[in-house]
Design a protein around this ligand. Sequence first.
Ligand code: DAK
Length: 257
Amino acid sequence: MTYQFILTETRERVGLVRLNRPKELNALNSMVMEELAVALEEFDRDPGIGCMVVTGDERAFAAGADIKEMAGATTVEMVQRDAIARWDRLKRIKKPIVAAVSGFCLGGGNELATACDLIVASETARFGQPEINLGVMPGAGGTQRLTRAVGKALAMEMVLNGRFITADEALRAGLVNRVVPVEVYLDEAVKLAGEIAARAPLAVRFAKEAVNNAFESFLADGVADERRAFYMLFSTEDQKEGMQAFIEKRKPEWKGK
Ligand code: DAK
């Protein structure tokens, strides 16, 4: 299958997906998310693959959902697009996924990384949930999975104040598994994925499910609440202003409306 916005390859039993919109810092538009879901589902079905790696490039894992695609959307349009269905497809992947993160890992990009099972970060990685600067809030699990990973204090700073954290901070906070030099982050992620891929496939599958279950019991409720709030924000003037200001490269003027 040929893709427009991602590249795929296999390295022995590891399936590798690279987000490939470098000029837009791998911003996650609908097509990227669709292609990513299709590619991961294909690797998930392939008995020759035991583990997957998702990566971007050195400058950006992904700088978030595509602001230009959603800037003009209303609440109704956001609900009707039902982009969350693609994110739900990622959650149903049975084989483990390692995120190999370098550079910007923001908004939906960070939500994608935290939805993976392990994260290998380069020393240059920066993690953040800057949606607040656009007059909205995280909408794909950012208030839930991030909080479970790093705890309330740091999550509040990241979500309410848009603070970016470094790779070392992310390691200390328990968000990532390891931090390595930028030259080797992808190789390290593939090596880790290769080790997991060499293990008993069914045990790995059920073990992944079991570890995730530890976090899932009340997560679904939290994510559903988060989604409703996120869609609701597309009825505000501040969302329009925040996204338009980003596109026009100026500071937003908030009205609280
Ligand atoms: N969307 C669209 N374009 C983006 C982008 C984004 N998120 N991030 C960067 N770009 C584009 C820039 O517009 C610029 O394009 P041109 O001007 O060259 O055409 C190009 O990428 C390079 O960016 P910069 O020139 O800005 O590069 P800098 O190094 O100066 O700055 C930056 C890098 C990452 C600090 C900056 O680009 C930035 O602040 N980007 C926006 C980060 C952000 O706010 N991310 C959160 C987006 S909201 C949901 C699913 C997901 C989500 C929500 C709901 N559901 C399914 C319900 C997620 C929401 C988000 O992620």
